[in-house]
Design a protein around this ligand. Structure first.
Ligand SMILES: [Zn+2]
Ligand SMILES: [Zn+2]
Length: 371
């Protein structure tokens, strides 16, 4: 068995942003090269594909995401990030380590089954899954179903949770650029106030639940609004960044239309240009009931406590893997002592979760093989 705790510490020190995971890729490749019979291939620019051909039939696919976040680490741990302003604050260092642990288990025990392991770059809002799935390599392999886990900041190590059906939300990120006309603040009639238009737009978006009349929960909201440069000048532009989250892609589409409608009305009312720009979209994660049953059986066999999860408004581009072949995503308990959440620069998932993750994934292979 490889030293999971040590590997995680080493990975934690070299966090890299989306599509820049060069050191991480090199580290993983170095660890994988010792396994005889493991087919290796590098996805451009920073991903890795590894295939184990142990039997007949379609491949099971296990995926780990690799990227970190633009945050300054504040955990105070002795293996903190060595990359200034970048941190593994979403636990993807744990995910990589668990996948390396699973590969080690598989290459040692050599089960009679075909398995593909994917180290996927750029999960954090850059659409790494789609990029990996566009690769022509998939034409050569038939996949049965895809699996992934994500560390949970609320469950304890030794617990997991999941649910059948819609699990992680569909998401769409967007920017809105408002262009007005500058003038001295004392002669407002000569200007077109982009900030005022931005505030109106912000308020209208808060009314979206009433407009859309959706019974299902959704989110359409902003995290950034920048406008103006001088105290006594009518702001000429206003820049807003936001995100939409909903149960599935259809609802995202409806919300994008509603948002576009609001932009048009605000543009007319304030005499400004309002341009919404829709960016990366993530498909919802839909879990197969059958695979959730397999997960429950695996949890029982491993003496790990299974909880039924609530759907989450978080996004995960694993949805594209699950959407293509059917799949399963689950939360792996890894709460830290401070109960910090994901994307918090104090978040330091519990290393005890590493062994649990490997054990569950390995047992899943047995459960699925048996069905
Ligand atoms: Zn994240
Ligand atoms: Zn994550």
């Amino acid at each position: 068995m490889i030293d999971l705790v040590q590997i995680r510490k080493e990975l934690h020190q070299i966090p890299e942003l989306a599509f820049e995971e060069y050191k991480t890729q090199q580290y993983i490749m170095y660890k994988l090269q010792k396994y005889e019979g493991l087919e290796l291939y590098e996805f451009s620019p920073t991903g890795i594909f590894a295939a184990y051909n142990g039997g007949e039939g379609k491949y099971l696919l296990f995926r780990a995401d690799m990227d970190a976040l633009p945050l300054e680490e504040r955990t105070g741990c002795n293996f903190a990030s060595q990359h200034e302003g970048v941190m593994h604050a979403c636990g993807h260092d744990m995910h990589i380590t668990i996948l390396l642990g699973l590969i080690d288990e598989v290459m040692t025990s050599r089960p009679q089954v075909n398995i593909i392991f994917v180290f996927q770059p750029a999960e954090e809002g850059k659409g790494g899954a789609l990029r990996v799935l566009e690769n022509p390599i998939w034409e050569k392999y038939q996949v049965k179903s895809a699996f992934a886990l994500h560390v949970s900041p609320t469950l304890q190590a030794g617990e997991i949770s999941s649910r059948a059906g819609n699990f992680f939300a569909a998401t769409c990120e967007f920017d809105i650029v408002i262009k007005g006309k500058s003038a001295h603040i004392a002669i407002p009639e000569e200007g077109r106030n982009a900030l005022q238009a931005g505030i109106e737009l912000y308020q209208c978006v808060q009314q979206l639940p009433k407009l859309v009349k959706s019974k299902e929960k959704f989110i359409c909201d902003f995290g950034v609004l920048n406008s103006g440069t001088a105290r006594n000048t009518i702001p000429v532009d206003c820049f807003m960044r936001g995100t939409i989250r909903a149960e599935d892609e259809q609802k995202i589409k409806a919300l994008k239309e509603a948002l576009t409608g609001i932009c048009e009305s605000v543009a007319i009312a304030y005499g400004v240009d309002v341009e919404p720009k829709f960016l990366v979209e993530y498909k919802e994660v839909f879990n197969s009931q059958e695979l959730v049953n397999d997960l429950k059986a695996a949890a029982k066999a491993c003496d790990v406590r299974y909880h039924e999860a609530e759907p989450t408004m978080a996004g995960e581009d694993f949805g594209y893997f699950a959407g293509r072949w059917g799949g399963l995503l689950f939360w792996l308990g890894a709460a830290d002592a401070g109960k910090n959440s994901l994307h918090n620069n104090h978040f330091l998932p519990d290393e005890k979760a590493l062994a649990v993750g490997v054990k569950i994934m390995r047992q899943l292979i047995n459960e699925i093989k048996g069905t």
